[in-house]
Design a protein around this ligand. Sequence first.
Ligand code: KG4
Ligand code: ZN
Length: 336
Amino acid sequence: MNNKPITILAIETSCDDTAAAVLRDGKILSNIIAGQDVHRLYGGVVPELASRAHQQNIVPVVDAALKKAGVNKHDLDAMAFTIGPGLMGSLLVGGTFAKAFALGLNIPLLAVNHLEAHIVAHFIPPLPSPSFPFLCLTVSGGHTQIVMVNSLTDLKIIGQTTDDAAGEAFDKAAKVLGLPYPGGPLIDKYAQRGNPHKYKFTQPLVSGYDYSFSGLKTAFLYFINNQTKLNPDFINQNLNDICASIQHTIVSVLMFKLKKAAIETGIGEIAIAGGVSANSGLRAALEAESVKSGWRIYIPEFEYCTDNAAMIAMAGYYKYLDGDFAGQDSSPVARI
Ligand code: KG4
Ligand code: ZN
């Protein structure tokens, strides 16, 4: 039997974070992320600037990940990268780098779906992993989905947003309040000091397990415009309560469909993933529901909630074990 450890380098460049990680035998040895401050000036991710920043960051980030892991590139067994979904220009930088690196070292490529990787983040030690089947609420800046995970190769989306993603709802509400991008973490910060029941916003009605956030975004914009006409200092004077109220509404919308799915499928193993799973209100609501309904809940560590390459490495590792390799002809897919 061959006992040589499996060592994988993974990179993630689907949006505005350039990330690299090294995994050995299912354990993460390093996890490096370079954010891109350039987008703050524009109040959102500018795709062209994101591609250029990835191009600048990718070599130093990979170098840092290998150094931190104490791994020489000649010890690598495979190269994992994000094939999509994401911004095409950003994916192309990572995909091209991965192909060249794999070709140069004569190692196989592992093409990873970004959303599956957010779910596979639950299998990174040391936290306990969910058992199959489980439901995963994947909530990020680009996606909002309830996924039924029967196994790591059998994932079914049973509900998703029909318009904006939950992270987008947070970021757009923050923008209306004049907060810098990405506003989600700031809304979370101010919400912790505010009254979540001070202002009420109508919750959207959508069928099945689907979501909609665009109506809420518009209602919030009108509410803020009307209030600031009456009192130009309304935002400053009530920032904590406004943030707490909008966060409470978004979290209630997310939880309502998740509860419906848990009841109707009879599944009590419940996980959350993606950037918005870092939200303290969502974490608290999930914990409260687990006490009430007897759910076993799984919340990733903060560093594995938002975009990172450790999750790409873990998903790549499972692909490696399955012999599911990608060719040099594989190309990024913006929408999967
Ligand atoms: O998964 P992610 O890093 O990137 C995508 O794949 O989109 O998610 C980023 C999103 C952003 O919309 C950001 O505002 C949101 O996650 N986010 C949060 C928090 N931390 C990140 N939203 C609310 N509360 C947070 N603490
Ligand atoms: Zn993501």
